[in-house]
Design a binder for this molecule. Structure first.
Ligand code: CU
Length: 298
């Protein structure tokens, strides 16, 4: 009987080993798509100089936090298991105070915090450094649209939710939002900026507080009525980047997206020329009225 059991177990094991390779391969195949979305959990690296700095800082601090978490929780879990009561561990009640221990657990965290503050302060200073910008755009937020004013060239336009999204969002529109391209993330007029150029944005609001946010640019700043906030972008990759108002600004807060086209410098120059307002023609001089000759009595 025992032989039977062992032999049947042996068969089962052999049977399993036969399946091991295909099983492993299919698990790997499943893991591929499962892990494919993991990078989406993290913040985006973005396409600008600042977004890269912010991403690298985030990864550095995350690394420090992870090492601390592993060390602290590792020591804690190890102690809980190794010195458990069932193994005869007896609490040490004699140690009530230790200057040495207190110094260590104060100085080490302070050292870590100071070390982390250095790269964080460097990144903050870089974010606020508006010097040497090559193009300035004033961005005014309204309920619920954006106005872009290219201060150096006079190009000025409003950017509102695209009609396709606007129709689809209506109650009982009968339009499936999944069929609408970039649903709620498309506008009628894109903001256009040149690649590899330091662009300064001056943000303000005309009614309530809004916030201008394009995740790929790594920055989000409030647009406040009566105030000017600044941020700068230096995109290193052409493309279309989308964002949203990130401040709860009223009923249609979800319907004022931001779309930015980063184009080559030549293409930007052409776009600017095509959209430049026509020079104002001075009003024509009023024609001098010709007085009828007074009738003469002859
Ligand atoms: Cu808003």
């Amino acid at each position: 009987m025992a032989t039977n059991i062992s032999s049947s177990r042996g068969m089962r094991v052999r049977g399993l080993s036969r399946w091991r390779i295909p099983l492993g391969a299919s698990l790997l195949a499943l893991a591929g798509p499962a892990f494919a979305g993991w990078d989406k959990l993290n913040m985006t690296k973005g396409v600008t100089e600042l977004s890269a700095i912010i991403y690298n800082l985030h990864m550095l601090i995350l690394g420090v936090c992870t090492v601390i978490a592993v060390l602290v929780f590792g020591a804690m879990i190890y102690s809980l298991i190794r010195f458990r009561k069932s193994r005869g561990a007896v609490a040490d009640t004699s140690m009530v105070h230790s200057n040495k221990a207190e110094l260590i657990w104060t100085l080490i965290p302070v050292g870590i915090l100071v070390a982390m503050a250095i790269p964080a302060a460097k990144a903050l200073i870089r974010i606020e450094d508006m010097r040497n910008s090559e193009l300035t755009i004033k961005v005014t937020a309204y309920q619920w649209k954006w106005q872009y004013d290219y201060l150096d060239s006079g190009v000025n336009f409003f950017s509102t939710l695209a009609q396709s999204s606007n129709f689809a969002r209506e109650k009982d529109s009968g339009i499936d939002p999944n069929t609408v391209d970039h649903y709620l993330l498309e506008v009628d007029h894109h903001m256009v900026i040149p690649v590899d150029t330091k662009v300064r944005l001056l943000l303000t609001g005309n009614d309530v507080i809004h916030a201008w946010w394009v995740p790929a640019f790594g920055l989000k700043k409030d647009a406040i009525p009566g105030f000017i906030n600044e941020l700068w972008i230096k995109a290193n990759k052409t493309g279309t980047y989308r964002g949203q108002c990130a401040e709860l600004c009223g009923r249609d807060h979800g319907f004022m997206p931001i779309v930015v086209d980063v184009v080559s410098k030549e293409e930007f120059a052409r776009w600017l020329e095509a959209n430049r307002p026509a020079p104002e023609t001075p009003p024509a001089e009023p024609a001098t009225a010709v007085m009828p000759a007074s009738p003469t009595n002859s």
